[in-house]
Design a protein around this ligand. Structure first.
Ligand SMILES: [Zn+2]
Length: 133
């Protein structure tokens, strides 16, 4: 008990992958078609990589069903430098079936979904939107 109290004020280094919304109303924003800011930190062989995205839900114009998400990546000046589309039509509640258009997903050797699909799924799950169609 004494040891725990003594360590309580120490900050431990953050490790592992992190994916979190940078606004309190991400679900509301996404459902009304607006962009929601998302922070992603991914551990790589070269060290952690931090990226900020603006996420936007994409709906089919006719059926209005959610067909995927656009992840707009910004540079330090707030300029969009890259956009990825994560297609969820092969299984909206099964992130392992999501198809991203990034290089890693198209040409990568891993059978696992790319960092965009995995991070997005974790972030959507946290705000109750993983199974919303
Ligand atoms: Zn991707």
């Amino acid at each position: 008990m004494t040891a725990n109290t003594a360590n309580a004020n120490q900050t431990s280094p953050v490790t592992g992958n992190i994916c979190r919304w940078l606004c309190g109303d991400a679900a509301v924003r996404l459902l009304r078609g607006d962009m929601a800011p998302l922070y992603m930190r991914v551990e790589t062989k070269a060290g952690p990589v931090e990226t900020y995205y603006f996420v936007q839900q994409v709906r089919d114009e006719e059926s209005t069903q959610c067909v995927g998400y656009r992840l707009h990546k910004e540079d330090a000046n707030g300029k969009i430098v890259e956009t990825h589309f994560v297609d969820i039509t092969w299984g909206c509640t099964q992130p392992e079936a999501w198809v991203c258009d990034c290089k890693s997903a198209r040409f990568g050797r891993s059978a696992k979904p790319c960092k965009h699909a995995r991070g997005l799924a974790a972030a959507l799950n946290r705000i109750g939107l993983l199974d919303v169609n």
